[in-house]
Design a protein around this ligand. Structure first.
Ligand code: PRP
Ligand code: MG
Length: 174
């Protein structure tokens, strides 16, 4: 059987020259690839005590929801600005050019609630750093952070020092 990394397609010079884009769509399109990714994250969570899975739009939804469903946990969506209908808490984070804003429903986390964050990729770590801020401002606790892929050359992990971070595939470059 193929390994998970064999289901990732690496596209040179996308979206710009010099960047290798690690495309997860070929994991998703294959039933074995999808199982390896979802079950790989479920294995990371063995023995972890938590209440909810949380993940950012849009690729964090793709991997977070099947894990939450399989583990019989709820899923808390983090969305880009202006999409959530109830009262929200917002956090800004840096993009390569400019900033972006993500939001969470204020009532989706109760004080003391333990959450696991799931996303497809850690690059600079800015997205996850912003999610941690939102969770902690609402009194929640981040007990584990799981990625399908990590671009280790961008050193995103340094932003997450002190947290339990695990990735199924680690690329040494950017
Ligand atoms: C991508 C990826 C991660 C994030 C990682 O999402 O899915 O969520 O970037 O980058 P960082 O570690 O530098 O923050 P993107 O914002 O492109 O949106 P998408 O998931 O909707 O494609
Ligand atoms: Mg994303």
């Amino acid at each position: 059987m193929k390994k998970l990394e064999e289901y990732v397609t690496s596209i040179p010079d996308f979206p710009e020259e010099g960047i290798i884009f690690r495309d997860v769509t070929t994991i998703l399109e294959d039933p074995n690839g999808l199982s390896l990714a979802v079950d790989g994250v479920r294995q990371m969570l063995e023995g972890v005590e938590y209440d909810s899975v949380i993940g950012p739009e849009s690729r964090g939804f793709i991997f977070g929801v099947p894990v939450a469903y399989a583990e019989h946990k709820g899923f808390i969506p983090i969305r880009k600005k202006g999409k959530l209908p109830r009262e929200v808490l917002s956090a800004d984070y840096a993009l390569e050019y400019g900033t972006a804003t993500i939001e969470i429903h204020k009532d989706s986390i109760k004080p003391g609630q333990k959450v696991v964050i799931i996303d497809d990729l850690i690059a600079t770590g800015g997205t996850i750093e912003a999610i941690i801020k939102l969770v902690e401002e609402l009194g929640g606790e981040v007990v584990k952070i799981c990625f399908i892929m990590e671009l280790a050359g961008l050193k995103g992990r340094e932003k997450l020092a002190g947290y339990d971070v695990e990735s199924l595939i680690i690329y040494e470059g950017k």
